[in-house]
Write a protein that binds this ligand. Structure first.
Ligand code: NAD
Ligand code: SER
Length: 318
């Protein structure tokens, strides 16, 4: 059984990944950490929580040594939209974080999960069925840190035999924690607004096609890759994975089938649109499927039905 440290554990992914890992391996084997403190009763009541700034070698090392950690899920990062507002901070957190996590992993013999992104691609990347290995010239600071992180993880595996693994997540849709400032956040916000107001003002144009995935698939992908037989992995880091590819117009039409009178308006945010336009329309995840059996369960229709049902229940309680 692994002993796990999760950085950035209070974010959109970490909130649910910590719960999934605790269910699988036991609550006391998963240490959640972040630079924010958890809402009372959320994390510390069900398992250990530490304050860890991932840019501090000392704090990452202390947490790994104190809890005898052997596996780090490194989630802490600034996402694409926030990153463009604060590029210097995005570089410090995203690159400073992965470098220090890899250094501690090298010194302490830890395995590392690093989530890259469709943002690791850019406008010169083939947009349709983007291959696993292709042109990567991103135009956002977030994308630059993701490509660099992918390469650094490859390097630490090749040079120091650190067991690094990772995926390129598409936009993630979930109903537990809110997204943290990405370009794909609209695909979550739209559900909240559909339930509360039956209308949504979308910051991306109606034809902006992007890859997406529902959180249960993302959690399963993460755990399955980390448990996969290393001998099967040709790439190890930064596997393309996807579950669906849709435009705002297609998502709105799907929601309108279940929410009477739902209306979508468009108020395009040029900076966000520019980022979205630089990313692929649809990536090819064939290598993940063949190397470690990746197979998503939720398509657009199934995700929409489940999101609406669970979010309605959540909002009616609040
Ligand atoms: P998020 O923004 O929701 O959460 C990030 C967390 O990191 C926050 O809780 C924040 O407090 C914490 N953090 C920020 N700076 C820190 C620091 N210096 N030290 C420790 N913690 C710090 O992000 P998320 O959506 O949960 O994403 C997690 C990872 O997955 C990121 O690397 C992100 O790039 C990647 N990813 C996410 C998506 C997505 O759609 N959510 C898609 C592709 C890749
Ligand atoms: N969902 C993320 C973002 O939009 C993709 O990495 O930033």
């Amino acid at each position: 059984m692994p002993k796990i440290l999760v950085t950035g554990a209070l974010g959109q992914i970490g909130t649910e990944l910590v719960a999934a890992l605790r269910e699988r391996y036991g609550a006391d084997r998963v240490v959640a950490s972040d630079i924010r403190m958890p809402t009372r009763g959320r994390h510390e009541a069900v398992g250990p929580f530490d304050f860890v700034d991932c840019t501090s070698l000392h704090q990452v090392r202390e947490a790994v040594n104190r809890h005898r950690v052997d596996t780090i899920y490194h989630l802490a990062a600034l996402l694409s939209a926030v990153g463009e507002e604060k590029p210097q901070v995005a570089w410090d957190v995203n690159m400073g974080g992965i470098y220090r996590v890899l250094e501690v992993a090298r010194q302490s013999g830890c395995a590392v999960f690093f989530p890259s992104s469709i943002a690791a691609f850019g406008p010169s990347t083939p947009a349709e069925m983007t291959p696993q290995e292709t042109i990567q010239r991103p135009t956002t600071i977030y994308g630059v840190t993701k490509v660099s992180g992918e390469l650094l993880c490859d390097y630490y595996h090749r040079r120091f035999a650190v067991d690094t693994r990772g995926v390129r997540f598409p936009g993630l849709i979930s109903h537990v924690a809110l997204p943290g400032g990405g370009t794909t956040d609209y695909a979550v916000e739209i559900f909240y607004e559909a339930i509360r107001n039956r209308r949504y003002r979308c910051p991306l144009g109606p034809d902006t096609r992007l890859d997406m995935m529902y959180m249960p698939d993302a959690l399963r992908a993460t755990i399955e890759l980390m448990e996969a037989d290393a001998a099967q992995l040709v790439h190890r880091n930064s596997f393309n994975i996807t579950a669906m590819s849709f435009t705002p117009e297609e998502l709105a039409a799907q929601i309108a089938r279940h929410v009477d009178g739902f209306k979508m308006e468009y108020e395009i945010e040029p900076e966000l649109q520019k980022i979205a336009d630089s990313w692929p329309d649809r990536i090819d995840d064939g290598e993940a499927r063949s190397q470690w059996g990746w197979n998503p369960e939720y398509d657009l229709e199934r995700m929409t039905v489940d999101m609406l049902e669970r979010l309605e229940a959540k909002l009616s309680r609040s």
